[in-house]
Design a protein around this ligand. Sequence first.
Ligand code: SF4
Length: 435
Amino acid sequence: MTTTDQKPGSVRYVTYGCKANQYDTQVLREALGRRGLAEVDRGADLVVVNTCTVTAEAGRKARQLIRRIHRETPKTRIAVTGCLAESEPEVLRELPGVDWVLGNGDAKRPVQFLRQLGWEADPEELGIPAGITAFAGHTRAFVKIQDGCDKACAFCIIPSTRGRSTSRPAAELAAEITALVESGHVEVVLCGIHIGHWGLDLGQSLADLLEVLVALEPRGADGQPLAYRLRLSSIEATEVCDRIVALIAARPERLAPHLHMPMQSGADRVLERMNRWYSVEEYLAACDRIRSQLDRPAFTADILVGFPGESAADFDRTLETARRAGFTKVHVFPFSARPGTAAWDLPDRVDPQAVRERRAALSELAHELGNAYQQSLVGAQETVVLEGFAGLCGRYQRVRVDPERLAGMPATVDVTLELHSSEGVERRELWGVPR
Ligand code: SF4
């Protein structure tokens, strides 16, 4: 273990996993930056590896990276944090070169983190605000509004690594988002682990928070109001209440008409084994209710294939449900058994070849549904948040813009959508014609 008089002078960050993890890294980046650590791409005294443990593959990649860092630069000190540091601290401590294993509790409180690294300082002295002031290198910023989860899905390790749901106060989030917009971030993605449960511990609801956040009044240096867009990162379909839908319907330019609603399976039998709390019909009813109140909303989803006991007939039902839901994009995850979850002990593991085939079939369907959605957007008017000469529109489509039609390098551009075929590109692409 490193002693307190050997403090590093430079740092590099490597982040795996979800948006909440990326936010946690940014919190550390700002805290360590205030302490004078220079961020560098190579040759850092310290590498902070913020890990994920949601799949076995995520853990394997992090361990592989740590071994490589130590092999190539044995003097580099390594601090491992994040969910893997919670679920496998002993394994990580044994890896050569690892000086610190800091769980989510330490990582969430940067002052604690700094103390572990050898700085004795109080938060006042460090000037660490509750949150972040920038999102390095991006037009879009992620803001974590809550952490943890009170559910117990059979495949998920997260409740044991991040604890119960805790919400950040609305006033703190309002101040953080205002500052981010005023520093140039034109889109803010509201993320967390189970954001539909925001406020349960505060006697409030996510709709209460969103009402506050859509009404912020950030101002530029010239005192003029600044436009901004909020996007929900991932929310359970059953938790998208009518108040949230009404907020999107009233101000789609402010709250993006895009909902990422994890479905996980389209077969009731599998949902029950997964310990999910809704039926297929309830999920589809939520989609229908939302769609009836919004103009061409984008529905994206996570679907897990090959959960223990998933039969070929169950998978066919998943395909049918995905089609009925009309997803515009699907993240397909093959089941990954994680020790400590209920699914770890479940019998009837699915043959790996069948999992591969199901993954391919669902991806193909998602591709087909995505194409149909793109077609439906031709002629739509959208604001694109640019990173270079392409970016995301409110409906979560990547849109390209001809550089010659852009004046300078704006952060956003208002466009009318067209669909083009490009040479060498299999799928047609959305292009935005500036208005
Ligand atoms: S709702 Fe289920 S999948 Fe999502 S974080 Fe909680 S336990 Fe995991």
